[in-house]
Ligand binder design. Structure first.
Ligand code: CAA
Length: 374
């Protein structure tokens, strides 16, 4: 491992890996096949304190650093990308935004249940007419006495099938504002989950807001600051999606190497063939390059440096890298790679979304170029 990790970070990697191998790996194919949300995995991760690990201990967290959390997302995604994205969005977006932008009352009210995994978080920015152009969102929040009434529609919301707390961006008088919305607030309805190509257990739904009454005290940050809240949240979120991609690639690479050593053709394991050896070398190099970018971005976040550009670089590299590595690892498997039952087929499908959500590769290039040319 070239990037210097502290003893504590190494211990976290080892313990999350053991837990993931023991508890999450056996569930991964089942969640995928049955499109089943990772509810048991949430309990398992919560028992180990992972669901709120970067939150302050006063709100039920463990005061862990962002690099440790990033490694946890990587290790979880190495065996189950569905559980990886659940953790990335819950803690990296929803909890983190409340922790950094919330008032003391908001933090005390929401974070302890979120840290313990009792209340899972979601992040609602995307709309039918506002995907990459997030600022074009039209969901509106209208003042009504001591409340706001939110009306509109949010699509592709990760964790929505079971989440209890949503960060919702909506248009107010002076721009876009961020709100904390609870699942059971009247006027909010949630669709059945989408049927997706990959990360099938991650519950992706549409939220319909019909004059959802939200107290003014649930606004996050200043009125009109919601777009910045979302962008800042996404900068951190992108490191965790890069970590998810890294974990998927690592898992696929290990499957490819294992298969190459076991599969005998032409009288010897195919790992003895130079064609396969080059694939192994290319995958290992690609993963290592991605890992350095991901850890560097998380380390900058921990050191209080500006990390938006580094986060976008990590995601821009790791999304396509996961697609390349899963493609190659599947190729090593030959026909068996195309059959359900070998995990590589699922990993290949799971990898693709990491080039799309939390900002497509094209948007990452835009963020990077703007930072350079500013
Ligand atoms: N931190 C703080 N503020 C930021 C910021 C950051 N990282 N990035 C931008 N801002 C601020 C800017 O400084 C600017 O402020 P001023 O007006 O005061 O100058 C303001 O936000 C507007 O920024 P831009 O001018 O850059 O806005 P834009 O409309 O031109 O475009 C964009 C920005 C980068 C294209 C943005 O729309 C974007 O990131 N689009 C992609 C959306 C996205 O990632 N969606 C993911 C959905 S969530 C998801 O996928 C989660 C999941 O479930 C897995």
């Amino acid at each position: 491992m070239p990037f210097h990790l502290t003893d504590e970070q190494e211990v976290i990697r080892q313990s999350v890996r053991e837990l993931a191998e023991r508890e999450l790996k056996p569930m991964a194919a089942i969640l995928d096949r049955e499109h089943r949300p990772p509810l048991e995995n949430i309990e398992t991760l919560a028992e180990m304190g992972i669901m709120g690990m970067i939150l302050p201990s006063q709100y039920g967290g463990s005061d862990a650093d962002h690099l440790s959390y990033t490694i946890a997302v990587e290790e979880v995604s190495r065996v189950c990308a569905t559980t990886g994205v659940m953790l990335a969005v819950h803690l990296g977006l929803a909890c983190s935004i409340i922790n950094t932008m919330g008032t003391e009352e908001q933090k005390q009210h929401y974070l302890p249940d979120m840290a313990s995994g009792k209340a899972i978080g979601g992040f609602c920015l995307t709309e039918p007419g506002a995907g990459s152009d997030a600022a074009a969102l039209s969901t509106a929040a209208e003042e009504d006495g001591s409340d706001y009434l939110i009306t509109g529609q949010k699509i592709f919301i990760t964790n929505a099938g079971f989440a209890k707390v949503f960060i919702v961006m909506a248009r107010t008088t002076n721009g876009i504002s961020a709100f904390i919305v609870e699942r059971d607030m009247p006027g909010l309805t949630i669709s059945e989950p989408e049927h997706k190509m990959g990360i099938r257990g991650s519950s992706t739904c549409t939220l319909f807001f019909d004059k959802v009454r939200v107290p003014k005290s649930n606004m996050l940050g200043e009125e009109g600051s919601g777009f910045k809240v979302a962008m800042k949240g996404l900068a951190g979120g992108r490191i965790r999606i890069a970590a998810q991609a890294l974990g998927i690639a690592q898992g696929a690479y290990e499957e490819g190497v294992k298969y190459a050593k076991e599969r005998v053709q032409f009288g010897k394991p195919i790992a003895a063939l130079q064609a396969i050896q080059w694939m192994v070398a290319d995958m290992a190099t690609d993963i290592e390059a991605g890992r350095l970018l991901v850890y560097q971005a998380a380390d900058m976040e921990d050191r209080g440096l500006e990390y938006t550009e580094a986060a976008s670089m990590a995601k821009l590299y790791c999304g396509p890298m996961a697609t390349r590595v899963t493609h190659t690892a599947l190729q090593i498997h030959g026909g068996n790679g195309y059959i359900e039952g070998f995990p590589i087929e699922r990993m290949y499908r799971d990898a693709r979304i990491t080039e799309i959500y939390e900002g497509t590769s094209e948007i990452q290039r835009l963020v990077i170029a703007r930072a350079i040319l500013r």
